[in-house]
Write a protein that binds this ligand. Sequence first.
Ligand code: SF4
Length: 493
Amino acid sequence: MHLSKSLYTRGLQCQKSLWLKKYNKDVLTPPDASAEAIFEKGNEVGELACKLFPDGRKVPYEGTTFDEKLALTQEWMDEGVKNIYEASFSYEGIFIMVDILHINDDGSVEIYEVKSSTEVKDVYLHDASIQHYVLRGLGHKVRSTNIVHINNKYVREDALEIEKLFSIVDVTHEVEELQYNIPAHLGEFAKVLLDKEHEPLIDIGTHCTNPYACDAMEYCWKHIPDYSIFDISRLRADKKFTFYAKGIISFEQIEDVYAFSTSQQVQIISELEQKEIINKEAIKAFLETLSYPIYHLDFETFQQAVPEWRGISPFMQIPFQYSLHIEQEDGGLEHREFLAKEGEDPRYELAKKLVADIPTNATVLAYNMGFEKGVIRKLAAMFPAFSEHLLAIHDNVKDLMTPFASKDYYVPAMKGSYSIKYVLPALVPEMAKAYKELDGVQNGGEAMQTFARLSKMEDKAEVQRLRVALLEYCKLDTLAMVRVLDKLKESVR
Ligand code: SF4
């Protein structure tokens, strides 16, 4: 049996997933652009963490065979190199690369596994435990095993302080406790992998998304309809699988609708009877909280694992763009927008333009206002000159999501969700089509990745094209809000 550490953790999640990865890869969904971006970010963070253990040597991943990686590692250890990045070892068919291996003067070693997340997750312990197992098995004295992760409390001053950016957590004790079960796991994996012809008979379950969304879901979940009991909102995963075990998959098979919460009942009954649920009184009450002109506001933000500018924390939402549609009572619309220059801290200019665009006494409408309010609060804390004005804007924000979250406006096409992704096509299908026709940027994730990429791009014409795409996308977001509000108004006429 040949296993890497990622196959080991894959096997722990689901042995069928391990088998598919080895013998039927074609059924797995390849990583999408956002998974690639996360992977790239991970590499960047990994490189930076090496600076915590300077003057080391890195075993090259590209252009070397496994055997060469093993030989290089051994050679450098023999030579007395103190820090080896991607140090490679093999034991009982398990091949591992240690992100950072520190070798002490007495020959004992310390394992450092680098993660670009902000905490130690259980799956990381398994990842580290197999490295510990291999090194122990090879006869090394492992003094400690550690997870190095990003410290999201860190706020960058002028210079980047690597020691403060990372947290090192000693997980030796936890990893030791996991050692006992490793041989049993490996034995099971070997048995499963011995039979190349038959994939393991493992049904879908909570393991399909925990700890990671499995890349075989398209293959294993084929028998589940597009809309099923798995889409009932706020129903715990274990409860969904209890229904599944009883053969209940579709809404029609539900026997006791009243066993569900009120909100879930709205979803189920609306689906079964294909009926709209519109609570006119509640919607009227919501509309009465708005006064004209209404400022429809939407921010786009991006994040940096490694803060590039002063006052930025890892993974903090950094606003770089907004769109504003100002709606008058007679239906008149005016559009304003801001898109930061790439490669510079966007916050000051954005805050300056925002206070110029929105007065202190106007109704500001956002969809899922917690996000917009959070961004405004952070800007207010950062820029005292705009603070009072920004906080006034903050206090005037109302949430267009309210009638949908409370299910006062519910149609079957919302499929139990009140996210704009579902509400918009359900209420204003032509707007949903307009997103699909956008060139280059069609959703928030793409906007985030596109802006983050711009500063690294050489082709100026392409930068300009993508900037236009960003503006078009964000503009559509606030126009969509105007249209959704129109639908709410229509519903109570
Ligand atoms: S989708 Fe679920 S059952 Fe299928 S391989 Fe993945 S984890 Fe296993």
